[in-house]
Design a protein around this ligand. Structure first.
Ligand code: S3P
Length: 171
């Protein structure tokens, strides 16, 4: 079974993916982790030294390779992955169960205020400007996120509740 988790930065894709992996017994992978390993550098360092366009190219290539090589996986995408290089087409693949983990602007901003440092797109945005940034960014990205087969609202839910909702849709 192929399961893809997508959503904005700090929507919990990796946390949920790891827990889901324990429950359904399918291995978990993280696309940012795969990119970091291949490039032998942190995501921050890749953005800093080679730029976002380079990152998006590598992200697209490694996603394609990964999907073609693996039969069964849970994969957490990066927040921007579905929005570039036609990566969203993968969400329509009949063999893929895709889930958009949808958080409200308030929830995502609250989390990002604590977790900005490792995320190059928001690391330098002052906390007081984060709501405006996330609102606009999410507006632009929504079109792509909504192409997932399922949408799971994450606000005020525990990890266990979110995982249970996902498994209930895996038929
Ligand atoms: C990005 C999100 C990050 C990472 C990169 C770009 C984005 O992943 O891929 O910093 O464009 O939203 P997370 O969603 O895991 O933070």
């Amino acid at each position: 079974m192929k399961i893809i988790l997508l959503g904005y930065m700090a929507s919990g894709k990796s946390t949920i993916g790891k827990e889901l992996s324990e429950i359904v017994g399918i291995p978990f992978y993280d696309l940012d982790g795969i990119i970091s390993e291949k490039e032998n550098a942190s995501i921050n360092f890749i953005f800093e030294t080679k730029g976002e366009i380079y990152f998006r190219k590598v992200e697209h290539q490694l996603l394609q390779e990964f999907h073609q090589q693996k039969d069964s996986y849970i994969l957490a995408l990066g927040g921007g992955t579905p929005c570039y290089a036609n990566n969203h087409l993968l969400l329509q693949d009949e063999t893929v169960h895709s889930f958009y983990l949808r958080g409200s602007i308030a929830t995502l901003v609250a989390r990002l205020q604590k977790e900005k440092a490792l995320r190059p797109l928001v690391a330098n945005i002052p906390n007081e400007e984060l709501t405006e940034f996330v609102a606009k960014h999410l507006f632009d990205r929504n079109y792509y996120y909504q192409q997932a087969k399922h949408t799971i609202a994450i606000d005020a839910k525990s990890i266990e509740e979110i995982v249970a909702e996902i498994t209930s849709k895996l038929t």
